[in-house]
Design a protein around this ligand. Sequence first.
Ligand code: TIU
Length: 227
Amino acid sequence: MVPDKVKIVEAEPYPFEFDPEHCALLIIDMQRDFLEPGGFGEMLGNDVGQLRRTIEPNKKLLAAWRAAGLLTIHTREGHRPDMADLPPAKRIRGRGKKNIGDVGPMGRILIRGEKGHDIIPELYPAKGEPVIDKPGKGAFHATDLATILQYHGIRQLVVTGVTTEVCVNTTVREANDRGFDCLVLEDCVGSYFPEFQKMGLEMIKAQGAIFGWVGSSAAVIKALGKS
Ligand code: TIU
C-alpha cells in the first residue's frame, strides 16, 4: 500500500513514489560562471545555450516548490579565497591559460564571494533556503548537506542543475549510496555536450533505476498541485 500523502510521478524506468514531506529540491550549481555569456564556461569554448535552456523550467519548478512550502537547497561549486580547500590536482587540471583562482571574466574563477561564483539572478535563493558551498563535484563531499537533510527528515531528492554528467551525476551517485531516492528532471538539467546529456541521464535510470529516476518538471508540478 502506498501511503496517502505519496503521489505517483511519471518517470523512467518506472513511476516515482513522491513523498513531498520527506523530499527536498536540490538545485546544483546554477552559477553565473557556468551559465552566463562572458563567464568561465563560455571562455573555455562551451555553448552556454545548452545550459541556459534549463533556466525557465527551473524557474517554474522553483515557484511551484516554494508555493507548496517544501525545502529547497541550492549548491555552488567553489573554493575558499585562500584556496586551502583546493586539491593541487584540481588546480592544475586542464592546463588552461586560466585556472581556478585566477582572475576570469567575472572575478576569480570558482572562488567564493566572486560575482561569477554566485547563483544566476533568475534562480537566486530566497531567504531561509540553505546554500551549500561545495569544493567538489559531489554536493556531499566536505559539506554539511547530509546533516541538513537529516535534520529536515529528508529521504528523497528532486535534483536539477548543471552539469548533467559532472556535478549532477556525482551528487546523485553520492546520494544514492547514502540511501536517498533521487528523481532527476530532464528539462531542468543541462550539459554543454548533447551526447553527455543523453548518456548522463541514461546512466542514472539504467538497470531498474541503478542511481535514480529520470522525469520532467511538468510531472512534478502536476503532483504538487494535487493535495
Ligand atoms: N557544476 C559542474 O558540473 N561543474 C563542472 O565542473 N562542470 C563541468 O562541466 N566541468
